[in-house]
Design a protein around this ligand. Structure first.
Ligand code: S3P
Length: 438
């Protein structure tokens, strides 16, 4: 059990300076998964050394893959090939990580061994039928708990069949789970998505020499390929950069440069939304690093205005809504979010928990079934709960840049799941954040 941490944020004036936030979480998970299944040695740079990505790394070690400890973001994976994983001796504990559990369930459905996937309280309450149902259509044997959640018991089979499946929700985790099962299936697996979601799995598989074809909204993979080791350069996580994109926008007299940020177009919804609200964000030095677009971002304070968030941007900014709600609370007028019911099944119910915290801080925030209506206003102080959700904890920390009194955020230990350096980097830019053991 790690120690329980609360954050206390003193009203802070501005953010200034230049930082590089840690590596992309989604890409870090995938680098371990695909590097393990590849033939040969894969070197990863920019790996996110945080609990979620480490859950994936430890799971593959437990299945017999030699992987070095991350040192300054560098990891070496001795790939065992597509059929080289070994049965783990114990259940694989995936902590807080939905990505690990959903992607692994697809990949493990096609192995020749049994295993069990477990997680913490939050992960054990998240919906898993969205992966187990389509996997069952492919012939997988996976048992969930009666309510469809983890622990998952997987009896791998060599008889998976490709499917043609239309995702009922825009989810990169479900899409990726089925593509990874598709590596082990007989014939083609075709996945159609209702809206574009992050495509790191498709890009990285292609980078490992495993062809994934894209035709409009459909991705197709064939079970007869193999993965060949490669080198991966993981850019900074735009989802972590987002806290400072909002922070420097809402805090007066701010000027921040964020270096080497991943700019994959399936992830940049947060920039589009903030720009629609009037944010001053410049994209500097756009370049390509290992098949993924990267840029430096400069953010200068601005006065934001409330907007109706275009629904097409929702999946492209799905992890950034907690901090976008803080931007909306500081904006002039009303911001309306619709079509974001997926936020209710993240690490916590991010619609309810953010609305509760915003109300505590004096902001008018009304929840709807699939979103929120926020009226910009004056942020006061108070004590809010993060429900152990890393992004809720960091979002309310950023609210301190416009608060009139201190904000205490309960239970911030899980910031370590995606961004262990948050406190250090945020304080280096000027946020007055104290972390207290409770
Ligand atoms: C992720 C996909 C998203 C996102 C999560 C990471 C991924 O989840 O919220 O943090 O790495 O594929 P959904 O696909 O469930 O929306």
């Amino acid at each position: 059990m790690s120690t329980l941490i609360n954050f206390i944020i003193q009203p802070s004036d501005s953010l200034n300076g230049e930082i590089r936030v840690p590596g992309d979480k989604s890409m870090s998970h995938r680098s371990i998964m695909l590097g393990s299944l590849a033939e040969g040695v894969t070197h990863v740079k920019g790996f996110l050394n945080a609990e979620d990505a480490m859950s994936t790394l430890k799971a593959f070690r437990a299945m017999g893959v030699e992987i070095t400890d991350p040192v300054n973001g560098e990891v070496t994976i001795n790939g065992v090939g597509k059929y080289g994983l070994k049965a783990p001796e114990k259940p694989l504990d995936l902590g807080n990580s939905g990505t690990s559990m959903r992607l692994l369930s697809g990949l493990l459905a096609g192995q020749n061994f049994e295993c069990t996937l477990t997680g913490d309280e939050s992960l054990s309450s998240r919906p898993m039928r969205r992966v187990t149902e389509p996997l069952a259509l492919m012939g997988a044997n996976i048992k969930t708990q009666a309510n469809g959640s983890a622990p998952l018991h997987i009896s791998g089979t060599k008889k998976l069949q490709g499917i043609d499946y239309v995702l009922p929700m825009a989810s990169a985790q479900v899409k990726s789970c089925l593509l990874l099962a598709g590596i082990y299936a007989i014939g083609e697996t075709k996945i159609t998505e209702p809206a574009p979601t992050r495509d790191h799995t498709e890009r990285m598989l292609n980078g490992f020499g495993y062809s994934v074809k894209r035709q409009g909204s459909q991705a197709t993979i064939n079970g007869n390929g193999k993965l060949t080791a490669t080198n991966i350069d993981v850019p900074s996580d735009i989802s972590s950069a987002a806290f400072f994109l909002v922070g420097a926008s809402i805090a007066r007299n701010s000027d921040v440069i964020l270096r080497h940020v991943g700019m994959n177009p399936t992830r940049t919804g947060v920039i589009d939304i903030l720009k629609l609200m009037g944010a001053n964000i410049s994209i500097l030095n756009p370049r390509k690093v290992g098949g993924e677009p990267v840029a430096d971002l400069r953010v200068i304070s601005s006065s934001l205005t409330g907007i109706n968030i275009p629904e097409r941007l929702v999946p492209l900014a799905i992890d950034e809504f907690p901090v976008l709600f803080i931007a909306a609370a500081c904006a002039k007028g009303q911001t309306i979010l619709m079509g974001a019911e997926e936020l209710r099944v993240k690490e916590c119910d991010r619609i309810q928990v953010m609305a509760d915290g915003l109300k505590t801080l004096g902001i008018d925030a009304q929840t709807t079934a699939d979103g929120m209506i926020i009226k910009g206003g004056k942020i006061g102080g108070g004590e809010v709960v993060s429900h152990g959700d890393h992004r809720i904890a960091m979002a309310f920390s950023i609210a301190g840049l416009r608060a009139s009194a201190p904000i205490t955020i309960q239970n911030c230990t899980n910031v370590n799941t995606s961004f262990p350096e948050f406190r250090e980097l945020a304080t280096s830019l000027g946020l007055q954040l104290q972390s207290i053991e409770v």
